[in-house]
Design a protein around this ligand. Structure first.
Ligand SMILES: [Zn+2]
Length: 72
């Protein structure tokens, strides 16, 4: 099982961070991660979303999910 961290900027302005997992041998699916501030959902591709939290230190202006290396 791999762990990934996806970060994006919600339309409400919050920088969000989702921790997701992917299972070997299992095709990732589209999952909805809801913004804890406004509830807007962002589609992520993974097998499971472990957590979604607001990240105050990110500087990316992208509104698309951006995969960054996660601990595993
Ligand atoms: Zn939001």
């Amino acid at each position: 099982m791999g762990t990934n961290v996806s970060v994006w900027k919600c339309k409400c302005g919050a920088h969000l961070k989702a921790v997701t997992t992917t299972d070997e041998g299992q095709a990732p699916v589209s999952l909805q991660a809801a913004c804890p501030r406004c509830g807007h959902e962002q589609t992520l591709t993974a097998n499971q979303i472990l957590s979604v939290s607001e990240e105050k230190t990110l500087v990316s202006d992208s509104t698309d999910p951006e995969s960054v290396p996660g601990g595993d």
